[in-house]
Each structure stands twice: as structure tokens, then as C-alpha cells.
Design a protein around this ligand. Structure first.
Ligand SMILES: [Zn+2]
Length: 511
């Protein structure tokens, strides 16, 4: 039996794309990108946005502070270890939030106690309680996570939870930090806490699952069924290793099987696909085609026998409608005569918020593109807006380049870059082809050395005049960085994408 209450209960959706999701290799985002995602999460109807880990770096602090200051409509949360400096920093970052939450964590499992923390059970309880109390001096909304909860002795877990609720935590999150739990195990943990912790009704029980065994969504649903009232998840299941519980899957499971779970979320499901695309475009991490809910093939029926059934009655083979998750029924085409409002409208439908100066620039570029190609598709618009969001202040830009090459000839390249008033010109004769030569010239001009790990070109839309999108991934001191650019000329797109990655290195290492 799923739920003994008659009324549907509300499940809080806590999104951690900007914190846990960002830990995915190569997914680090700049401030403008984080702001864009935060706004789209508000539009999606997410209850809590975990915006970052303020003490981790000045960049993380700045991101949490800006989101807390400027984003309205969701609770903004900052992560902290149970340490004075961490909590002070989180409190400071969240100062201007309309509604802020401090999320403190301290590991409780024997393996963490013994090897990482070198602390006894009593010391763990004392420090967790002190952390919650300190966080409460900054805000009323405090969440506590016993890290590695699923590998913690249940008796001890109950003790820690009871003590931290007494100290003032209003949300208790149970993280399956290493993706070790199974659905029935997870349900057992939640049930035990509800039965044995005397003050449990003073807090919301939350669940935070990792996908190492491919069970993050199943484990989260099992926890909800057992009484959890909050799910921590990320868009596209983004996260380190195999990722986190995927927001779109858990939300659509609760909605589609409301008959069973009798639990509801505040999510506007029609925004799921736009937000999924936004996160994928910003992080450069593609969504697999057969990914549930938001994958390109999630609603494609190929088998003839299914198609026949679908034409007679859609529900024969369809448990959800594509439009319910935000797949648009037609790819709307804009052209030369489309106005600013139409462009802004289309961008909004695609998950972007473009206004003011940004809209002016995008509209200018839209007009230039519309002169080059007749039909402007959704993907073209996404690419134009992306380039605006990705723009990093004081970055290197291509002034001009010239490459000559041919069969049996070493390419020659002349490249001029500019950054503010600074100019760099290099002339090189090297490389295995025009693109390789340009990459080498960019490295020399900027003085940033990298190893190219991945390079791909594909067309954004259809037709001979389609824009080419170039994605590059480079390695700099063991860290992965990505670059992306779009142009109707693929050599130019390659140069810009490579430079985009270099700019990202420069701006992220400046922090
Ligand atoms: Zn996590």
C-alpha cells in the first residue's frame, strides 16, 4: 500500500544542479550561467535551489550571494560543513535572500568517523548539534545531512537525527552519498527514523540519492513511499560519477503514478524539456537519446505495431503525453521579418530569460544570421542566446585570422586576438590541418597550454546553410574545460569554441 492518507501530500523538490551537479567533471559554470539556470529553476517551480558551497571558493560564494540577492520565488540554500567558518560564510552569502536555508552536513558512518574525521560517536553528535545551532543564528530554515547515512548504524543514525532536530533542524536529509542503497533498504531507513525518532514530526525527512548502481530514482521513490517529504535531485541527473537522482524522472513518476504515491509536487512539468536543454547546453553534457522523459527518443514510437495502436488510441502505448513534459509539437520557424518580441518569446519557450541589453545583442545577431539563412530554427536561437550567456567579461576574442593549406603543405596561419585594448598577433607555420594550426596559434597568443580531449562538429539545424556547432573539451592541469561556438563557417566556429574554452580557463582560474 502506498499511502494511508486520503489527501495527496506535497513533496518538496530540492534541486542541487548548481551544487552537486556542478561537481560533474567539466561542468563548472560561470556566474552568468548559474544565474540563468537559477531563474529557469524558479520558472520550473522548484521549491529549494541549492546554489553552491560558499566556503569552497570565492566564485562559489559570489554565485550563492548573487542568486540569493536577485532570484525570487524559491528558497535559496547554501551548503556548509559543521564548522564555524563554513557556516559564517554560508550565512553571509545568504544574507539578502528572500527565503534562505543553510544546509549543514557531517558524516556519521563508521568508515567516515574512523578514517576521515577521526571522531567518536559522541563528538559527532556534539559537532552536528553545534553546527545546527550556529546555522540557526543566521536563519530559521536549517537542514542537516548525516553524510553517508545509508552506511551508518541505524541506532546511531536515530540518535543523531533526534539531537539535530532538537537543536533546531527543520529538514533532515538522508544522503546515499556513495550510491549504495537499494529501494527496500532505503524504505527501511526512512520507516525506522519515522518510528523511532521521537521528535521526527518536527522535521521534514529528505532523501538525496546517487546513481552508482542506477537506482537513484527508484531509491528516492521508495523513500517518498515510506514517508520522505523532500527529494534532492538534479536536472538530467547531472552529478559526479554516475550522477544524482534525476529531477524530471522522479517528478514524472510521482505525477504519472499519483494513483499509487498520492504525492504532488509544484513542478510545472511543461518546463522540463526546456530546462533540460538549457542545462545540457550550458554544461556541454549531452542527454542520451533514450533518457527517460527528456531524451530525444523518449516519446518516439518506431515499431509498426505500436504506431498502429497509437493512431487508434494514444493511451494504448503512451503513459505520458510529450507536450506534458514540454516537447513542442512543432519547431516554430522565425525569419528576417520576425520582431524582437517574437524572438524573446521563442527564447523564453526554450528555457532562456533574455531581456534588456542582452536581448538587444541577441536580436542584432539574429538579424545578421537571418540575412545569411532563410529559416531560423529553435536550435539556432538557442545557439545565439548561449553565446551571449557564455560571454565572459574581459575575454579574448578573434579579431581576424587567415589560414592557407592544401595537400602536402604545412598550414600557415596568421591570427589576431584582442582583449580589451590588448592585441596579440601570431604567425605560425605548423599543424596537421587548418584547425590544428589555429588551435596552436591560439595557445601561443594567449599563453595557455592545453591538451585537446574532444572535438566535434555537427550541424545545429538542417539544410546547406545550416550553422555548424563546434564543441571542444580541453585538459588544463588535469582539469577539464569546455568550449562551444556556432557559425555558418566551421573553421571560424572551431577557433571560437577553442578560444571559449581558453577564456573559461582564464576566468575560472582568476577566481
Ligand atoms: Zn551528493
Amino acid at each position: 500500500m502506498a499511502n494511508t492518507d486520503n489527501a495527496s501530500r506535497h513533496v518538496v523538490i530540492f534541486d542541487t544542479t548548481l551544487r552537486d551537479g556542478e561537481q560533474s567533471p567539466g561542468a563548472s559554470m560561470n556566474l552568468a550561467e548559474k544565474m540563468e539556470i537559477a531563474q529557469s529553476l524558479v520558472d520550473l517551480g522548484v521549491d529549494v535551489i541549492e546554489a553552491g558551497f560558499p566556503i569552497a571558493s570565492p566564485g562559489d560564494f559570489e554565485a550563492v550571494r548573487s542568486i540569493a540577492r536577485n532570484i525570487r520565488g524559491s528558497v535559496i540554500c547554501g551548503l556548509a560543513r559543521c564548522r564555524t567558518a563554513d557556516i559564517d560564510r554560508a550565512g553571509e552569502a545568504l544574507k539578502d535572500a528572500q527565503r534562505g536555508r543553510i544546509h549543514v552536513f557531517l558524516a556519521t558512518s563508521p568508515i567516515h568517523r574512523e578514517f576521515k574525521l577521526k571522531m567518536s560517536k559522541e563528538e559527532i553528535i556534539r559537532q552536528a548539534v553545534a553546527g545546527v545551532k550556529q546555522a540557526r543564528t543566521y536563519c530559521d530554515d536549517v537542514e542537516y545531512s548525516p553524510e553517508d547515512a545509508t552506511r551508518t548504524e541505524l541506532d546511531f543514525l536515530c540518535q543523531v537525527v533526534e539531537a539535530t532536530i532538537d537543536a533546531g533542524a527543520s529538514t533532515i536529509n538522508i544522503p546515499d552519498t556513495v550510491g549504495y542503497a537499494t529501494p527496500s533498504h532505503m524504505a527501511e531507513v526512512i520507516r525506522t527514523l519515522r518510528e523511532r525518532v521521537s521528535n521526527i514530526d518536527r522535521a521534514v525527512l529528505s532523501i538525496h540519492c546517487h546513481n552508482d548502481l542506477g537506482m537513484a530514482v527508484a531509491n528516492s521513490l521508495a523513500a517518498v513511499e515510506a514517508g520522505a517529504g523532500q527529494v534532492e535531485c538534479t536536472i538530467n541527473g547531472l552529478g559526479e560519477r554516475a550522477g544524482n537522482c534525476s529531477l524530471e524522472e522522479v517528478v514524472m513518476a510521482l505525477r504519472t503514478r499519483n494513483d499509487y504515491y498520492q504525492a504532488e509536487t509544484r513542478i510545472n512539468t511543461r518546463r522540463l524539456v526546456p530546462v533540460s536543454r538549457l542545462v545540457s547546453n550550458i554544461t556541454g553534457i549531452q542527454v542520451q537519446r533514450n533518457k527517460a522523459i527528456v531524451g530525444q527518443n523518449a516519446f518516439a514510437h518506431e515499431a509498426g505495431i505500436h504506431q498502429d495502436g497509437m493512431l487508434k488510441e494514444r493511451t494504448t502505448y503512451e503513459i505520458m503525453r510529450p507536450e506534458d513534459v514540454g516537447f513542442s509539437m512543432s519547431d516554430l520557424v522565425l525569419g528576417k521579418h520576425s520582431g524582437r518580441a517574437a524572438l524573446a518569446d521563442r527564447a523564453k519557450a526554450l528555457g532562456y530569460t533574455v531581456t534588456g541589453e542582452q536581448l538587444d545583442t541577441v536580436f542584432e545577431q539574429f538579424k545578421i544570421l537571418a540575412d545569411k539563412k532563410k529559416a531560423i530554427y529553435d536550435a539556432d536561437i538557442a545557439a545565439l542566446v548561449e553565446q551571449q550567456i557564455h560571454a565572459v567579461a574581459e575575454q579574448w576574442a578573434v579579431d581576424s585570422y587567415q589560414v592557407t593549406c592544401g595537400t602536402g603543405q604545412i598550414p600557415e596561419v596568421t591570427l589576431r586576438l584582442r582583449r580589451g585594448d590588448e592585441k596579440q598577433e601570431v604567425h605560425l607555420s605548423c599543424g596537421d590541418g587548418p584547425i590544428d594550426a589555429i588551435f596552436l596559434a591560439i595557445e601561443q597568443a594567449t599563453g595557455v597550454e592545453v591538451t585537446c580531449r574532444d572535438f566535434s562538429v555537427h550541424s545545429v539545424t538542417v539544410g546547406k546553410d545550416a550553422q555548424g556547432e563546434v564543441l571542444v573539451q580541453v585538459d588544463h592541469n588535469g582539469q577539464l574545460y569546455r568550449g562551444r561556438a556556432v557559425s555558418t563557417d566551421s573553421v571560424e566556429a572551431s577557433a571560437k569554441a577553442f578560444l571559449n574554452a581558453i577564456n573559461r580557463i582564464v576566468s575560472l582560474s582568476n577566481k
